[in-house]
Design a binder for this molecule. Structure first.
Ligand code: FPP
Length: 233
């Protein structure tokens, strides 16, 4: 493949519809969806993608019924428990972005544990967006910039795009080159609003639980055919 994206971000959509089509509870869709993650991680490692950011739970998702929210939190815990050893073995570094304090304590503890255990891994960075909102991320960045300005350590001229990037949850992580969205929806749903400015977008009608390694590789193929001009000619 001629050009491999360094960073792929994914909006994993369609779990509910997948379950509904089978007469199953929505959680069965999320459970199946967590299996697609493994397929994408494998595809990233094979292709040489360095960063994979997954939109696992948005700030807006707290509005879903408690049964579904609790089920997703349990699924997250189970996922971290089950995958920890594999991540260590495969060289995967796990991190999370978002308002992580909103998560149940058990999830936070597990996330910290897996983050710390995998901190030295370099083969693939997997970043889970949890209780994440792109607007809130920008607000949080502005608040910390303003606090530094008020303390006198920053002047108006210091406020550059690079400075803003360095105050986001994704500080130090390159902007995504490719965004994949499943289930056919043509929107970015409050995901990585600052970071997606020049990202190529690949939308597929496939529902997330049906999205596998071959689909991920197809998205990479699509990406390699794009001409990125960044506003130039
Ligand atoms: C969107 O589908 C998906 C989510 C809100 C949750 C994504 C979670 C997973 C893929 C599995 C759990 C993740 C981890 C890290 C264990 P939807 O429910 O909005 O689908 P719909 O639009 O068809 O209703």
């Amino acid at each position: 493949m001629s050009s491999i994206p360094r960073h792929v971000a994914v909006i994993m959509d369609g779990n509910g519809r997948w379950a509904q089509q089978r007469g199953l509870p929505r959680l069965a869709g999320h459970e199946q969806g967590s299996k697609s993650i493994r397929q994408c991680v494998e595809a990233c490692m094979e292709a040489g993608v360095e960063f994979l950011t997954l939109y696992a739970f948005s700030s807006e998702n707290w509005k879903r019924p408690a049964l579904e929210v609790n089920g997703l939190m349990l699924l997250l815990e189970k996922f971290l428990n089950e995958k920890k050893e594999e991540m260590l073995r495969e060289g995967v570094r796990l991190r999370a972005i978002g308002r992580l304090d909103d998560l149940p304590k058990a999830c936070r503890v597990k996330l910290d544990e897996v983050r710390d255990a995998t901190a030295h891994n370099t083969r693939l960075n997997v970043i889970l967006a949890l209780s994440y909102s792109g607007r809130v991320e920008i607000l949080d960045a502005i608040q910390s910039v303003v606090a530094e300005a008020a303390a006198g350590t920053l002047g108006p001229g210091d406020i550059t795009p690079e400075l803003i990037s360095s105050h986001l949850y994704t500080a130090g992580i390159p902007d995504p080159d490719l965004l994949i969205r499943t289930s056919g929806e043509m929107r970015i749903s409050n995901f990585l609003l600052w970071q997606l400015s020049y990202t190529e977008i690949h939308v597929t009608k496939k529902l997330w639980p049906d999205f596998g390694k071959a689909d991920f590789l197809e998205a990479l193929q699509d990406f390699s055919s794009r001409q990125r001009r960044y506003g130039g000619v």
